[in-house]
Structures are given as structure tokens and as C-alpha cells.
Design a protein around this ligand. Structure first.
Ligand SMILES: [Zn+2]
Length: 210
């Protein structure tokens, strides 16, 4: 089945390691390459939207609606993308400081509070099908900021619950990930990528000495 309306499907998420949380995956969407430059997988609103769908932050129907909206409103899509990039820098600094045990700069907390307040304006308490009353995003189906607001909500959840203490930074690629292992002894973002690269480097070092 062809799931795209226009052209081949983009696959930015294929190069991403799952950090176990959408806010962390969002931060990891821009990382340093081996030459000291940056590889950014989100280069415009459309790649942001595609990433959000592929990393299961939003469903396919929502992503199609947002893609259509973005095509109808290019300046608005451009602005949403710029805001999302700024928010990613804020989240990057915030969580990297927390993980490293550094004091978070007041400017970063101010920026995060602004982003959180923007997101919160769109929440409403409503009864769900199970009779429970919870907060839901209200009237957001066609709002280009939906992926960003969902990310900010996840970041806030990490802070509110103290789950941020489970975040680790991969020593090979710098990605952030949740260490949910029972012994809390996970080192690499992925045993298949960074873990195996380091293992093979160790193997070749050992062979050289021998
Ligand atoms: Zn890694």
C-alpha cells in the first residue's frame, strides 16, 4: 500500500536509536558526527512530521492532516519548525545538564516554562470512555504544533515523576536514553550500534597487542 500522497516516504527515524521516550528521541534527532559537525534529521516541518509519525508520537492519519495543513500554510509550517528547533535546543541543554549533575541555567528553565505554558493552554479536563476525567489536548487535530506539544508534555512528565533520573548519555554517540534495566547498568544507547562498535574496537586493539 502506498501510504504517501506525494513522492517516496521519508525515513529520518530509520537512523534514530529509540531512547525510550519521545522527548529524548527528539533531542537525539540532532547529533554530532565524527568530524565535529552536526547531523540534523529534522530539516523542515515535513521531516519533523514524518519523524513524529515514524517514532509513533502521532498516528498516520494525524500526520497526513498535518502534512496537508503545512502545505496549505508554508509560512506557518516554517514558523512551527523554527519554534520546534528552538525547543529542541532547550530540552537538549536541560536534560544534558540534569544527567551531568550540572546546574541548569535560569535562561533554560525560563524557556522551558514558556514552552510548557504554551502547551498547557491546549489541555482540557474531559471524561474519557472509562469514566475517568483526565487532561486531553483540545481541538488540536489540525494544529501544526501538536508534535511539539506532545514532546513538551513528555519532557514535563519526566521531570514531574523523577523518571529523568533514569536517563543516561551514551558515551559513544552522545544520545540520551532511559536505562530501565533492572540493574541500572546499561551503558550504550543500543547494543547493536554503539555497543557493538565499541566491542569490535576493543577486539581489534587486543589483536594488535597480541
Ligand atoms: Zn550511542
Amino acid at each position: 500500500m502506498n501510504r504517501t500522497a506525494n513522492g517516496p516516504r521519508r525515513k529520518p527515524a530509520a537512523r534514530l536509536t529509540d531512547g525510550g521516550n519521545h522527548a529524548l528521541n527528539f533531542i537525539n534527532s540532532c547529533k554530532k558526527d565524527r568530524k565535529g559537525g552536526f547531523i540534523d534529521l529534522l530539516t523542515n516541518y515535513f521531516s519533523l512530521n514524518s519523524w513524529a509519525e515514524q517514532s509513533k508520537l502521532i498516528d498516520w492519519n494525524t500526520s497526513l492532516v498535518l502534512e496537508h495543513e503545512a502545505k496549505c500554510n508554508p509560512p506557518e509550517a516554517e514558523l512551527c519548525y523554527a519554534v520546534a528547533r528552538g525547543a529542541r535546543n532547550t530540552l537538549d541543554e536541560l536534560f544534558n545538564d540534569l544527567v551531568a549533575g550540572r546546574e541548569v541555567h535560569p535562561l533554560i528553565t525560563t524557556r522551558f516554562n514558556d514552552q510548557y505554558n504554551n502547551m498547557r493552554q491546549h489541555l482540557r479536563y474531559q471524561p474519557g470512555t472509562d469514566g475517568q476525567i483526565r487532561q486531553y489536548f483540545f481541538d488540536m487535530e489540525e494544529n501544526l504544533n501538536l508534535p511539539l506539544y506532545l514532546i513538551i508534555a513528555q519532557a514535563a512528565h519526566l521531570l514531574d515523576t523523577g523518571l529523568w533520573r533514569q536517563i543516561k548519555k551514551c558515551p559513544a554517540c552522545g544520545s540520551l536514553f532511559m536505562d530501565t534495566s533492572r540493574a541500572h547498568n546499561r551503558t550504550w544507547c543500543s547494543p547493536k550500534t554503539c555497543g557493538s562498535i565499541k566491542k569490535s574496537q576493543r577486539y581489534y586493539r587486543l589483536r594488535k597487542v597480541a
